[in-house]
Design a protein around this ligand. Sequence first.
Ligand code: 6GU
Length: 241
Amino acid sequence: MRIDVVTVFPDYLAALDLSLIGKARQAGLLDLRVHDLREWTTDRHRTVDDTPFGGGAGMVMRPDVWGQALDDVLGADGRLVIPTPSGEVFTQRHAEALAAESHLVIACGRYEGIDARVAEHYRAAGREVSELSIGDYVLNGGEVAALVLVEAVGRLLPGVVGNPDSLVEESHGAAGLLEYPVYTKPPVWDGLEIPDVLASGHHARIDRWRRDRALERTAQRRPDMIAALDAAALDKHDRAL
Ligand code: 6GU
């Protein structure tokens, strides 16, 4: 997959050289390119923003500069992704859909955001445009959100996560539940023991215990996820909980 990120702070994306995503890039599984938006400015001051029509605080990013940049970077197959606090809330389902694309272009806005005509223009031209928020809080720009998007999408690409089983049993996976608590050595730490069942070697009981804890945790922390569960996917034991 190819991902282009366009930003006025390319250094923000340096973290994508590290860890699993960095390795995926080195292995050629992910072709990630970061661009400085100011390369598409033509004035002496390399201006990317201006005051908002209608008045109000802050600055808005200019559509002409973004249009030049995106025309160059989108190519034939690029899907435009615009991180914005006024977007749909990004979920694992969005990550799965984006991971199925061949080319994403992430346009990071700063200030009060990007002139709304940019999304409108590319939609009118027949492109898919995803305006996505990473949660209900305000950041100073789209860069941190771009890091989140690239990591969430990148780890779903074939070969990026070493053991693909890790992608199955996790929070926000197919079960629609948060993940159960996990433990490792030592078996006693700070006077705290691991749950006996996990050392029992009894796989059916371990699976049942994990599902119960996942249900319990989800009910406590994310009642909205319990409400969204498909009743047909619950067994008798689940319903008793
Ligand atoms: Cl994508 N951008 C900004 N600036 N703030 C956010 C966000 C995005 N998602 C949540 N807050």
